[in-house]
Design a protein around this ligand. Sequence first.
Ligand code: CMC
Length: 396
Amino acid sequence: TGLYTFDPGFTSTASCVSAITYIDGDEGKLWYRGYSIDELAAHCTFLEVCFLLLYGDLPSKQQLKQFEEKVNDEMIVHEKIKDFYKGFNLNAHPMSIMCGVVGALASFYEYDAKDIVSDPKQRELSAIKLIAKMPTLTAIAFRTSKGLPIVQPDRKRSYTENFLYMMFSDPLDRDFRIPPVMIEALDKILILHADHEQNASTSTVRITGSSLANPFACISAGIASLWGPAHGGANQACLEMLDEIGSRERVNEYVEKAKDKNSSFRIMGFGHRVYKNFDPRAREMQKMCHKVLDELNVRDEELFELAMELEHAALNDPYFQTRKLYPNVDFYSGIVLQALKIPRDMFTVIFALARSIGWIAQWREMMSESVVKLGRPRQLYLGHKRREFVKLEDRQ
Ligand code: CMC
Protein backbone atom coordinates (compact mmCIF):
# COMPACT_ATOMS: atom_id res chain seq x y z
CA THR A 1 0.00 0.00 0.00
CA GLY A 2 1.06 3.60 -0.34
CA LEU A 3 2.80 5.41 -3.14
CA TYR A 4 6.59 5.69 -2.88
CA THR A 5 9.30 6.93 -5.17
CA PHE A 6 11.34 3.97 -6.38
CA ASP A 7 14.99 5.05 -6.42
CA PRO A 8 17.43 2.12 -6.17
CA GLY A 9 20.90 3.32 -5.21
CA PHE A 10 19.35 6.71 -4.26
CA THR A 11 20.48 8.27 -7.52
CA SER A 12 17.93 11.07 -7.27
CA THR A 13 16.98 11.27 -3.61
CA ALA A 14 18.34 13.94 -1.26
CA SER A 15 18.37 12.30 2.17
CA CYS A 16 19.30 15.35 4.24
CA VAL A 17 20.00 19.06 4.30
CA SER A 18 23.70 19.83 4.74
CA ALA A 19 25.97 22.88 4.72
CA ILE A 20 29.27 21.00 4.73
CA THR A 21 30.32 19.86 1.25
CA TYR A 22 29.21 20.90 -2.21
CA ILE A 23 29.86 18.89 -5.36
CA ASP A 24 29.04 20.01 -8.88
CA GLY A 25 29.45 16.72 -10.72
CA ASP A 26 29.00 18.18 -14.22
CA GLU A 27 31.60 20.89 -13.70
CA GLY A 28 33.93 18.74 -11.57
CA LYS A 29 33.84 21.09 -8.56
CA LEU A 30 34.29 20.18 -4.90
CA TRP A 31 34.00 22.70 -2.07
CA TYR A 32 34.23 22.25 1.69
CA ARG A 33 32.16 24.93 3.45
CA GLY A 34 32.39 27.07 0.30
CA TYR A 35 36.16 26.76 -0.21
CA SER A 36 37.48 25.04 -3.30
CA ILE A 37 39.35 21.79 -2.65
CA ASP A 38 42.42 22.82 -4.69
CA GLU A 39 42.92 25.97 -2.59
CA LEU A 40 42.47 24.05 0.66
CA ALA A 41 44.93 21.38 -0.49
CA ALA A 42 47.44 24.06 -1.54
CA HIS A 43 47.33 26.21 1.60
CA CYS A 44 45.92 24.34 4.60
CA THR A 45 46.95 21.57 6.95
CA PHE A 46 44.62 18.64 7.51
CA LEU A 47 43.74 19.82 11.02
CA GLU A 48 42.83 23.26 9.65
CA VAL A 49 40.45 21.50 7.27
CA CYS A 50 39.10 19.37 10.13
CA PHE A 51 38.31 22.58 12.03
CA LEU A 52 36.61 24.01 8.94
CA LEU A 53 34.47 20.92 8.38
CA LEU A 54 33.54 20.64 12.04
CA TYR A 55 32.85 24.28 12.94
CA GLY A 56 31.99 25.85 9.58
CA ASP A 57 34.78 28.47 9.25
CA LEU A 58 38.52 28.46 8.82
CA PRO A 59 40.28 28.85 12.19
CA SER A 60 42.27 31.88 13.32
CA LYS A 61 45.87 31.11 14.33
CA GLN A 62 44.86 30.95 17.97
CA GLN A 63 41.82 28.76 17.32
CA LEU A 64 43.97 26.39 15.31
CA LYS A 65 46.57 26.16 18.05
CA GLN A 66 43.92 25.39 20.66
CA PHE A 67 42.34 22.81 18.38
CA GLU A 68 45.70 21.15 17.70
CA GLU A 69 46.35 20.98 21.46
CA LYS A 70 42.95 19.44 22.12
CA VAL A 71 43.56 16.81 19.43
CA ASN A 72 47.09 16.09 20.72
CA ASP A 73 45.73 15.58 24.24
CA GLU A 74 43.41 12.83 23.00
CA MET A 75 45.81 10.90 20.76
CA ILE A 76 46.70 8.20 23.28
CA VAL A 77 44.37 5.20 23.32
CA HIS A 78 43.37 3.21 26.40
CA GLU A 79 45.80 0.36 27.15
CA LYS A 80 42.96 -2.16 27.05
CA ILE A 81 42.19 -1.21 23.43
CA LYS A 82 45.59 -2.60 22.49
CA ASP A 83 44.49 -6.07 23.69
CA PHE A 84 41.85 -6.15 20.95
CA TYR A 85 44.50 -6.34 18.25
CA LYS A 86 45.77 -9.65 19.66
CA GLY A 87 42.49 -11.39 18.91
CA PHE A 88 42.49 -10.91 15.16
CA ASN A 89 43.61 -13.57 12.73
CA LEU A 90 47.23 -13.11 11.65
CA ASN A 91 46.38 -12.17 8.08
CA ALA A 92 43.33 -10.09 8.97
CA HIS A 93 42.74 -7.21 6.57
CA PRO A 94 43.40 -3.99 8.53
CA MET A 95 39.95 -2.69 7.54
CA SER A 96 38.36 -5.59 9.47
CA ILE A 97 40.58 -4.68 12.43
CA MET A 98 39.52 -1.03 12.18
CA CYS A 99 35.80 -1.96 12.10
CA GLY A 100 36.39 -3.86 15.34
CA VAL A 101 38.60 -1.48 17.28
CA VAL A 102 36.74 1.71 16.36
CA GLY A 103 33.45 0.00 17.26
CA ALA A 104 35.08 -1.05 20.54
CA LEU A 105 35.67 2.63 21.43
CA ALA A 106 31.92 2.71 22.07
CA SER A 107 32.51 0.61 25.19
CA PHE A 108 35.15 3.07 26.46
CA TYR A 109 33.08 6.17 25.72
CA GLU A 110 29.52 5.27 26.50
CA TYR A 111 26.99 8.03 25.98
CA ASP A 112 23.44 8.13 27.06
CA ALA A 113 21.34 8.64 23.92
CA LYS A 114 19.73 11.72 25.49
CA ASP A 115 23.17 13.30 26.17
CA ILE A 116 24.10 12.85 22.54
CA VAL A 117 20.89 14.60 21.48
CA SER A 118 20.83 17.35 24.08
CA ASP A 119 24.48 18.10 24.85
CA PRO A 120 26.55 19.73 22.07
CA LYS A 121 29.71 19.46 24.24
CA GLN A 122 29.41 15.66 24.30
CA ARG A 123 29.12 15.61 20.52
CA GLU A 124 32.12 17.87 20.11
CA LEU A 125 34.18 15.78 22.51
CA SER A 126 33.38 12.57 20.66
CA ALA A 127 34.41 14.26 17.36
CA ILE A 128 37.76 15.35 18.82
CA LYS A 129 38.40 11.92 20.34
CA LEU A 130 37.71 10.27 16.99
CA ILE A 131 39.99 12.56 14.95
CA ALA A 132 42.73 12.20 17.57
CA LYS A 133 42.60 8.44 18.01
CA MET A 134 42.26 7.38 14.38
CA PRO A 135 46.00 7.81 13.54
CA THR A 136 47.00 5.92 16.68
CA LEU A 137 44.54 3.07 16.04
CA THR A 138 45.60 2.88 12.38
CA ALA A 139 49.31 2.79 13.23
CA ILE A 140 48.75 0.09 15.87
CA ALA A 141 46.89 -2.02 13.27
CA PHE A 142 49.94 -1.78 11.02
CA ARG A 143 52.61 -2.34 13.71
CA THR A 144 50.87 -5.34 15.29
CA SER A 145 50.34 -6.98 11.88
CA LYS A 146 54.12 -6.75 11.34
CA GLY A 147 55.02 -7.86 14.89
CA LEU A 148 56.58 -4.45 15.54
CA PRO A 149 56.42 -2.67 18.92
CA ILE A 150 53.67 -0.08 19.28
CA VAL A 151 54.89 3.54 19.14
CA GLN A 152 53.17 6.15 21.32
CA PRO A 153 52.17 9.52 19.81
CA ASP A 154 54.60 12.39 20.34
CA ARG A 155 53.07 15.74 21.32
CA LYS A 156 55.87 17.74 19.61
CA ARG A 157 54.92 16.49 16.16
CA SER A 158 52.17 17.66 13.85
CA TYR A 159 49.15 15.40 13.31
CA THR A 160 50.31 13.87 10.03
CA GLU A 161 53.95 13.65 11.07
CA ASN A 162 52.84 11.92 14.26
CA PHE A 163 50.92 9.37 12.25
CA LEU A 164 53.91 8.59 10.01
CA TYR A 165 56.14 8.48 13.09
CA MET A 166 53.84 5.96 14.82
CA MET A 167 53.71 3.91 11.61
CA PHE A 168 57.36 3.81 10.64
CA SER A 169 59.65 4.85 13.48
CA ASP A 170 62.44 2.38 14.11
CA PRO A 171 63.35 1.84 17.77
CA LEU A 172 66.92 0.95 16.70
CA ASP A 173 67.41 4.12 14.68
CA ARG A 174 67.89 7.16 16.91
CA ASP A 175 68.24 9.44 13.88
CA PHE A 176 64.97 8.30 12.36
CA ARG A 177 63.26 11.15 10.56
CA ILE A 178 60.42 11.40 8.11
CA PRO A 179 61.14 13.22 4.82
CA PRO A 180 59.08 16.47 4.75
CA VAL A 181 57.75 15.58 1.28
CA MET A 182 56.11 12.49 2.82
CA ILE A 183 54.39 14.58 5.49
CA GLU A 184 53.26 17.16 2.96
CA ALA A 185 51.94 14.56 0.51
CA LEU A 186 50.06 12.56 3.13
CA ASP A 187 48.58 15.73 4.62
CA LYS A 188 47.22 16.64 1.17
CA ILE A 189 45.86 13.12 0.67
CA LEU A 190 44.00 13.44 3.97
CA ILE A 191 42.56 16.82 2.90
CA LEU A 192 41.45 15.47 -0.50
CA HIS A 193 39.63 12.55 1.16
CA ALA A 194 38.21 14.44 4.15
CA ASP A 195 34.58 14.69 3.04
CA HIS A 196 32.45 13.98 0.00
CA GLU A 197 28.83 14.68 0.98
CA GLN A 198 26.36 11.78 1.01
CA ASN A 199 28.47 8.89 -0.34
CA ALA A 200 27.74 5.30 0.76
CA SER A 201 29.81 5.37 3.97
CA THR A 202 28.65 8.83 5.08
CA SER A 203 25.04 7.86 4.45
CA THR A 204 25.70 4.71 6.49
CA VAL A 205 27.04 6.81 9.37
CA ARG A 206 24.04 9.14 9.19
CA ILE A 207 21.47 6.36 9.03
CA THR A 208 23.17 4.50 11.90
CA GLY A 209 23.33 7.70 13.92
CA SER A 210 19.67 8.46 13.23
CA SER A 211 18.75 5.68 15.68
CA LEU A 212 20.78 7.65 18.29
CA ALA A 213 23.47 4.95 18.38
CA ASN A 214 26.88 5.58 19.97
CA PRO A 215 29.00 7.76 17.62
CA PHE A 216 31.91 5.29 17.56
CA ALA A 217 29.53 2.48 16.57
CA CYS A 218 28.29 4.76 13.75
CA ILE A 219 31.86 5.32 12.53
CA SER A 220 32.55 1.58 12.64
CA ALA A 221 29.53 1.12 10.34
CA GLY A 222 31.00 3.78 8.03
CA ILE A 223 34.35 1.97 7.92
CA ALA A 224 32.57 -1.26 6.93
CA SER A 225 30.82 0.53 4.09
CA LEU A 226 33.99 2.22 2.88
CA TRP A 227 35.87 -1.08 2.66
CA GLY A 228 34.14 -2.31 -0.52
CA PRO A 229 35.98 -1.99 -3.87
CA ALA A 230 33.17 0.12 -5.37
CA HIS A 231 33.91 2.74 -2.68
CA GLY A 232 37.15 3.24 -0.69
CA GLY A 233 38.54 -0.20 -1.51
CA ALA A 234 39.09 1.01 -5.10
CA ASN A 235 42.55 2.45 -4.30
CA GLN A 236 43.94 -0.97 -3.37
CA ALA A 237 42.01 -2.64 -6.22
CA CYS A 238 43.42 -0.07 -8.69
CA LEU A 239 47.05 -0.97 -7.96
CA GLU A 240 46.23 -4.68 -8.10
CA MET A 241 44.66 -4.03 -11.52
CA LEU A 242 47.75 -2.12 -12.74
CA ASP A 243 49.91 -5.05 -11.63
CA GLU A 244 47.68 -7.45 -13.51
CA ILE A 245 47.85 -5.34 -16.68
CA GLY A 246 51.61 -5.33 -16.21
CA SER A 247 52.75 -3.45 -19.32
CA ARG A 248 51.66 -0.63 -21.61
CA GLU A 249 51.19 -3.07 -24.49
CA ARG A 250 48.32 -4.73 -22.66
CA VAL A 251 46.36 -1.54 -21.89
CA ASN A 252 44.03 -1.83 -24.90
CA GLU A 253 43.20 -5.43 -24.07
CA TYR A 254 42.02 -4.31 -20.60
CA VAL A 255 40.09 -1.35 -21.96
CA GLU A 256 38.25 -3.80 -24.24
CA LYS A 257 37.64 -6.11 -21.28
CA ALA A 258 36.15 -3.23 -19.27
CA LYS A 259 33.73 -2.53 -22.15
CA ASP A 260 32.69 -6.17 -22.51
CA LYS A 261 29.32 -6.65 -20.87
CA ASN A 262 30.04 -10.39 -20.45
CA SER A 263 32.96 -9.53 -18.20
CA SER A 264 32.61 -8.15 -14.68
CA PHE A 265 35.95 -6.31 -15.02
CA ARG A 266 35.85 -2.54 -14.52
CA ILE A 267 38.68 -0.06 -14.64
CA MET A 268 39.24 0.58 -10.96
CA GLY A 269 39.55 4.26 -10.10
CA PHE A 270 37.34 5.20 -13.04
CA GLY A 271 33.75 6.46 -12.99
CA HIS A 272 31.77 8.13 -10.27
CA ARG A 273 28.15 8.40 -9.27
CA VAL A 274 28.25 12.19 -9.06
CA TYR A 275 31.20 13.37 -11.20
CA LYS A 276 30.41 13.31 -14.89
CA ASN A 277 33.61 15.23 -15.50
CA PHE A 278 37.14 15.10 -14.07
CA ASP A 279 37.15 14.41 -10.34
CA PRO A 280 39.02 17.50 -9.05
CA ARG A 281 40.70 15.31 -6.42
CA ALA A 282 42.16 13.10 -9.19
CA ARG A 283 43.78 16.17 -10.79
CA GLU A 284 45.46 17.08 -7.50
CA MET A 285 46.47 13.48 -6.96
CA GLN A 286 48.06 13.29 -10.41
CA LYS A 287 50.13 16.43 -9.72
CA MET A 288 51.19 14.95 -6.41
CA CYS A 289 52.29 11.73 -8.14
CA HIS A 290 54.85 13.69 -10.19
CA LYS A 291 56.18 15.53 -7.15
CA VAL A 292 56.41 12.57 -4.78
CA LEU A 293 58.01 10.22 -7.32
CA ASP A 294 60.56 12.90 -8.24
CA GLU A 295 61.45 14.04 -4.73
CA LEU A 296 61.54 10.61 -3.13
CA ASN A 297 63.34 9.27 -6.16
CA VAL A 298 61.02 6.27 -6.17
CA ARG A 299 61.28 3.81 -9.03
CA ASP A 300 57.54 3.58 -9.60
CA GLU A 301 57.72 5.61 -12.79
CA GLU A 302 56.66 2.57 -14.78
CA LEU A 303 53.50 2.13 -12.74
CA PHE A 304 52.73 5.82 -13.14
CA GLU A 305 53.34 5.67 -16.91
CA LEU A 306 51.07 2.65 -17.12
CA ALA A 307 48.33 4.48 -15.19
CA MET A 308 48.65 7.50 -17.50
CA GLU A 309 48.51 5.27 -20.58
CA LEU A 310 45.38 3.57 -19.27
CA GLU A 311 43.80 6.93 -18.46
CA HIS A 312 44.62 8.19 -21.94
CA ALA A 313 43.25 5.07 -23.68
CA ALA A 314 40.01 5.14 -21.68
CA LEU A 315 39.44 8.89 -22.09
CA ASN A 316 39.79 8.53 -25.86
CA ASP A 317 37.39 5.62 -26.10
CA PRO A 318 33.74 6.36 -27.06
CA TYR A 319 32.49 3.85 -24.44
CA PHE A 320 34.00 5.92 -21.62
CA GLN A 321 33.21 9.24 -23.31
CA THR A 322 29.49 8.57 -23.79
CA ARG A 323 29.14 7.29 -20.22
CA LYS A 324 31.16 10.26 -18.91
CA LEU A 325 33.62 8.03 -17.07
CA TYR A 326 36.71 9.90 -15.82
CA PRO A 327 39.46 9.00 -13.36
CA ASN A 328 38.38 9.41 -9.75
CA VAL A 329 40.45 10.08 -6.62
CA ASP A 330 41.44 6.43 -6.27
CA PHE A 331 43.05 6.20 -9.70
CA TYR A 332 46.27 7.92 -8.62
CA SER A 333 46.11 7.82 -4.82
CA GLY A 334 47.42 4.24 -4.68
CA ILE A 335 50.57 5.18 -6.58
CA VAL A 336 51.28 8.06 -4.21
CA LEU A 337 50.57 5.93 -1.14
CA GLN A 338 52.84 3.19 -2.45
CA ALA A 339 55.61 5.76 -2.98
CA LEU A 340 55.10 6.80 0.66
CA LYS A 341 55.80 3.15 1.60
CA ILE A 342 52.28 2.58 2.85
CA PRO A 343 51.48 -1.13 2.32
CA ARG A 344 48.61 -1.79 -0.08
CA ASP A 345 46.25 -3.29 2.44
CA MET A 346 46.57 -0.04 4.44
CA PHE A 347 45.42 2.20 1.55
CA THR A 348 41.74 2.00 2.42
CA VAL A 349 42.56 2.47 6.11
CA ILE A 350 44.25 5.77 5.23
CA PHE A 351 41.06 6.72 3.38
CA ALA A 352 39.09 5.84 6.55
CA LEU A 353 41.47 7.90 8.68
CA ALA A 354 40.91 10.90 6.41
CA ARG A 355 37.15 10.41 6.01
CA SER A 356 36.58 10.12 9.77
CA ILE A 357 36.36 13.91 10.00
CA GLY A 358 33.73 13.99 7.25
CA TRP A 359 31.72 11.23 8.92
CA ILE A 360 31.79 12.83 12.35
CA ALA A 361 31.13 16.35 11.01
CA GLN A 362 28.09 15.02 9.13
CA TRP A 363 26.95 13.06 12.19
CA ARG A 364 27.35 16.17 14.35
CA GLU A 365 25.39 18.26 11.85
CA MET A 366 22.56 15.72 11.86
CA MET A 367 22.51 15.39 15.64
CA SER A 368 22.29 19.19 16.05
CA GLU A 369 19.03 19.35 14.13
CA SER A 370 15.93 20.16 16.16
CA VAL A 371 14.48 16.74 15.29
CA VAL A 372 16.69 13.78 14.42
CA LYS A 373 14.57 11.85 11.97
CA LEU A 374 15.09 8.07 11.97
CA GLY A 375 16.41 6.95 8.58
CA ARG A 376 14.01 4.35 7.30
CA PRO A 377 13.58 3.83 3.54
CA ARG A 378 10.56 2.00 2.16
CA GLN A 379 10.63 -0.76 -0.44
CA LEU A 380 8.84 -2.02 -3.51
CA TYR A 381 7.55 -5.42 -2.41
CA LEU A 382 7.53 -8.00 -5.21
CA GLY A 383 7.16 -11.16 -3.09
CA HIS A 384 4.20 -13.51 -2.67
CA LYS A 385 0.68 -12.38 -2.06
CA ARG A 386 -0.83 -13.88 1.12
CA ARG A 387 -0.48 -17.67 1.14
CA GLU A 388 -2.35 -20.37 3.07
CA PHE A 389 -0.12 -21.75 5.86
CA VAL A 390 0.59 -25.53 5.65
CA LYS A 391 1.71 -27.35 8.81
CA LEU A 392 5.09 -29.16 8.65
CA GLU A 393 3.47 -32.64 8.69
CA ASP A 394 1.24 -31.75 5.73
CA ARG A 395 3.99 -30.25 3.54
CA GLN A 396 5.20 -32.23 0.45
N1 CMC B 1 34.84 0.62 -15.94
C1 CMC B 1 34.03 0.25 -16.97
N2 CMC B 1 32.72 0.60 -17.07
C2 CMC B 1 32.21 1.35 -16.08
C3 CMC B 1 33.00 1.79 -14.99
C4 CMC B 1 34.35 1.40 -14.94
N3 CMC B 1 35.13 1.76 -13.93
N4 CMC B 1 32.23 2.54 -14.17
C5 CMC B 1 31.01 2.57 -14.71
N5 CMC B 1 31.00 1.86 -15.88
C6 CMC B 1 29.86 1.72 -16.82
C7 CMC B 1 28.84 0.72 -16.28
O1 CMC B 1 29.11 -0.59 -16.74
C8 CMC B 1 27.57 1.28 -16.84
O2 CMC B 1 27.49 0.94 -18.22
P1 CMC B 1 26.06 0.67 -18.93
O3 CMC B 1 25.35 1.98 -18.88
O4 CMC B 1 26.40 0.21 -20.30
O5 CMC B 1 25.38 -0.40 -18.10
C9 CMC B 1 27.77 2.79 -16.78
O6 CMC B 1 29.19 2.97 -16.85
C10 CMC B 1 27.24 3.44 -15.52
O7 CMC B 1 27.79 2.74 -14.40
P2 CMC B 1 27.00 2.47 -13.06
O8 CMC B 1 27.64 1.33 -12.33
O9 CMC B 1 25.53 2.37 -13.33
O10 CMC B 1 27.28 3.84 -12.31
P3 CMC B 1 27.25 4.08 -10.77
O11 CMC B 1 27.07 5.52 -10.57
O12 CMC B 1 26.26 3.17 -10.10
O13 CMC B 1 28.70 3.58 -10.29
C11 CMC B 1 30.91 3.48 -9.53
C12 CMC B 1 29.72 4.39 -9.86
C13 CMC B 1 31.99 4.33 -8.85
C14 CMC B 1 30.46 2.38 -8.55
C15 CMC B 1 31.46 2.85 -10.83
O14 CMC B 1 31.86 3.85 -11.74
C16 CMC B 1 32.60 1.86 -10.57
O15 CMC B 1 32.33 0.69 -10.24
N6 CMC B 1 33.89 2.33 -10.67
C17 CMC B 1 35.04 1.51 -10.35
C18 CMC B 1 35.24 1.48 -8.84
C19 CMC B 1 35.79 2.80 -8.31
O16 CMC B 1 36.71 3.38 -8.87
N7 CMC B 1 35.23 3.26 -7.16
C20 CMC B 1 35.70 4.46 -6.48
C21 CMC B 1 34.70 5.57 -6.55
S1 CMC B 1 35.40 7.16 -6.08
C22 CMC B 1 35.93 7.01 -4.46
C23 CMC B 1 34.82 6.74 -3.51
O17 CMC B 1 33.85 7.47 -3.48
O18 CMC B 1 34.96 5.80 -2.73
